[in-house]
Ligand binder design. Structure first.
Ligand code: HEC
Ligand code: HEC
Length: 222
């Protein structure tokens, strides 16, 4: 028997032995919950006042590390870092799930941090942040062009005051640089942010349109 055949045979035996032992092993570690199951759990917790307040307390602790970039209570002071305060809980959870599953790209550091959270921690953080008040900031220059574009293209989904719905993000008062980056990412289709609806609505925007929209949205107050 040649050496190659022999090593194939031993690895086959090894695989067979391993497979025989596998049923026990796989029960040790259950598959991670699906995004749908996590959203279902978030909805259930939101509807139960006792569980909600426990989750918010837990989320406050778990989100302590996020303050370094996202600011106290999710009110960012860094231009490229988004506000998370008062963001819609289901949207926050969805984005964390997207980072974990590689469907949204960010810095390796931030992705690594999110991947370290357990699914329950993601839910608790989303609920905590969604309840934090938005800090009022000095208003940036108002953009009439941005207002018109928003009314024409965006208002149907993100709402007249820019607060979104449970799965559509709040845009009101968001950081200008972050809004511009996000819109350019959807437009470029480079895979950093993937969403068919946003790809369709940003496809024909010029850089000046994006600047006007971002300026307008940052001035919307809750
Ligand atoms: C090192 C800085 C940094 C830290 C620490 C950090 N983030 Fe982020 N986060 C960012 C940046 C920058 C973005 C924008 C990512 C992008 O679109 O490229 C972001 C985006 C997000 C988003 C998407 C927001 C949106 O509007 O779509 C969520 C949710 C988020 N972070 C949650 C967290 C949580 C939870 C923690 C703590 C466990 C955390 N981040 C810690 C920098 C950070
Ligand atoms: C058909 C519904 C729809 C329309 C119209 C729409 N959006 Fe969105 N928008 C969404 C959804 C859904 C998301 C979340 C996508 C994801 O998961 O990345 C989103 C995400 C965004 C984000 C990222 C927010 C964040 O916190 O990271 C920005 C910015 C945004 N939209 C701006 C706009 C602007 C400006 C327009 C008009 C030019 C617009 N949207 C039109 C549905 C829509």
């Amino acid at each position: 028997m040649s050496l190659i055949k022999f090593s194939c045979l031993t690895s086959l035996l090894f695989v067979t032995a391993f497979a025989a032992a596998a049923p026990n092993r796989s029960t040790d570690k259950p598959a991670p919950p699906t995004p749908e199951a996590l959203h279902e759990k978030l909805t259930q917790i939101s509807q139960d006042p006792a569980r909600l307040s426990a989750a918010i307390q837990r989320g406050q602790k778990d989100a302590a590390v996020c303050r370094h970039c996202h600011g106290a209570g999710g009110n960012s002071v860094l231009p490229e870092v988004p506000n998370l305060a008062s963001q819609n809980a289901a949207y926050l959870l969805e984005q964390m799930n997207k980072f974990v599953q590689g469907q949204r790209k960010s810095s390796a550091f931030m992705e690594g941090m999110i991947k370290l959270l357990t699914p329950d921690e993601r839910i608790a953080i989303a609920l905590f942040l969604s309840q934090q008040p938005v800090a009022h900031k000095p208003a940036a220059a108002h953009s009439a062009a941005g207002k018109n574009l928003y009314a024409k293209l965006c208002i149907n989904c993100h709402g007249a005051s820019g607060i979104g719905t449970h799965t559509i993000p709040r845009l009101a008062g968001q950081q200008v640089a972050y809004l511009e980056d996000s819109l350019k990412r959807y437009r470029s289709g480079n895979g950093e942010r993937i969403d068919l609806r946003m790809a369709a609505y940003t496809r024909n925007l010029k850089d000046a349109d994006i600047q006007a929209l971002a300026a307008y949205l940052s001035t919307l107050q809750p």
